[in-house]
Design a protein around this ligand. Structure first.
Ligand code: DLL
Length: 435
């Protein structure tokens, strides 16, 4: 089944004609409504009229996360606040997160795109969807919720956490589909088992998992533990939220990108040079229908690959492969985005530490762990009891990281000069998670 047969199966030529028409409109709009774009286009010597073909987009400058930060909170909005009906923000930071806005029409588009995803996953209005993506500023919960309602399915807005209760509801309500992060799916399986629940005998038949990287091995494991078919969904707040791309149940290989709403390019993350479809590189998205928060050539930092080959499900939109990693160093710890630089900022603010640290990320059981090793300065012990001083310091750093970044970390203070020094670029992060 295809939710919007007309648009999802448009022949390539017609799709590209539609994309071009929409691209011209959005480029005009941002130039005339967003100061940032006017300046950026002028500086690059390009004008909206320069878009004569889709290929001309390459002449336009990229937009980066830093640009969004610089224009925090609403500087990139292309519509007045009076027409904005929803705000979301990227997770993880209590400082300058990325704020995104939606007009009523943007919400309608998003809901339709999410409804398309559910149908691609084989769901209908007869399904009951247990939506365990977090509701709130994170786009996962409400994004999936509106899509499920648009489809006409019955949605359980359970949100994240309170795992025991989730398991009771899974047993009692008997939902047929579940939406959550893949790591939370594993967590649910584990807790269910501990509660003596046979998770495979639940009615769940489809899982729609995303918002963090995961692997085929994890897919196999989740399917075995929960007795369902697991599908991958991709999205990011800046571009819309969940539903930018979704696997189809027929192939379950690569996620179809909503190409009537987004243009996608692959670039070499080091040089910014465009790569031909099919090569591995950083994905760059341009939104061509969004009203409140259009983005031109947004660098996602997500490394993947486009799959231009036709899919047997009948959809003509290109697919993207699993996200293999990120070109920057952003870590996603239990779903929270953490930049090493933010940890550094915390450490630098604590007295008695040296600026030499290591971040070790691992996955123990199904939970991400974050350990920060940092060198203490010799001065720290000037005023007595070494053990006590160290313990207090560790506690303080744990608290600061929790307060500032919203993640729990283990902190280990190590001797001066005990961490490896770099000879070029420092490698601060060891990610031992085997995904
Ligand atoms: O995670 C939106 C979302 C919600 C997607 C629910 C899917 C399901 P952000 O919090 O802005 O938005 O984080 C976006 O998460 O740039 C990727 O690095 C990562 N990501 C999202 N989906 C996947 C996926 C939501 N399927 C960032 N595989 C993105 C790997 C993913 N990484």
């Amino acid at each position: 089944m295809i939710y919007n047969e007309e648009f999802e199966t448009l022949p390539r030529e017609a799709l590209e004609a539609l994309q071009l028409k929409r691209l011209k409109q959005v480029v005009q709009r941002v130039y005339h409504t967003v100061g940032f774009y006017r300046k950026a286009f002028d500086a690059a010597g390009v004008q909206p009229d320069d878009i004569k073909s889709l290929g001309d987009l390459k002449k336009f400058p990229f937009t980066t996360k830093q640009d969004l930060r610089d224009n925090y909170p609403f500087g990139m909005f292309a519509a007045p606040m009076s027409s904005i009906v929803r705000l979301h923000a990227s997770s993880g930071t209590t400082g300058r997160s990325t704020v995104v806005g939606y007009t009523k029409r943007d919400i309608d588009t998003w809901s339709e795109l999410m409804a398309r995803c559910f149908v691609a996953a084989g769901l209908t209005k007869n399904d009951m969807i247990h939506n365990a993506y977090g509701y709130g500023l994170f786009t996962g919960g409400l994004g999936a919720h509106y899509g499920a309602e648009k489809l006409g399915a019955s949605v359980i807005p359970i949100s994240g956490g309170n795992t025991k209760r989730q398991i009771m509801i899974l047993q009692d309500f008997g939902p047929t589909a579940i939406c959550c992060t893949p790591s939370y799916a594993l967590n649910l399986a584990e807790q269910g088992k501990a509660m003596g629940v046979d998770m495979k005998s639940l009615k769940l038949r489809i899982g729609i998992f995303g918002a963090e990287p995961w692997s085929e091995a994890m897919r196999t494991e989740i399917e075995a533990l929960l007795g369902l078919k697991a599908l991958n969904i991709y999205g990011l707040s800046e571009i819309m939220g969940p539903g930018v791309a979704m696997e189809c149940i027929e192939e379950r290989h690569g996620m179809h990108i909503g190409e009537d709403h987004f243009l996608v390019e692959t670039i070499d993350p080091a040089t910014g040079e465009a790569l031909p479809p099919g090569s591995e590189g950083e994905l760059v998205f341009t939104t061509i229908t969004k009203e409140a928060f259009p983005l031109i050539r947004y660098r996602t930092r997500d490394i993947s690959r486009l799959i231009p080959e036709p899919c047997r499900c009948g959809r003509t939109h290109y697919r993207m492969d699993r996200v293999m990693g990120r070109s920057d160093d952003m870590l996603i710890i239990r779903g929270v985005n953490v930049f090493p630089s933010q940890i550094e900022a915390v450490l630098v603010g604590v007295e008695g530490l040296e600026p030499h640290y290591q971040i070790i990320v691992d996955r123990i059981g199904n939970l991400d762990t974050l350990e920060v090793q940092v060198e203490v300065s010799e001065k720290l012990f000037e005023n007595g009891d070494e053990v006590k001083v160290l313990q207090n310091k560790e506690r303080q750093i744990v608290k600061d990281i929790k307060d500032y970044l919203g993640v729990s970390a283990k902190v280990k203070l190590v001797e001066p000069r005990s961490l490896q020094r770099s000879e070029g670029k420092a490698t601060r992060v060891q990610d031992k998670r085997k995904l």
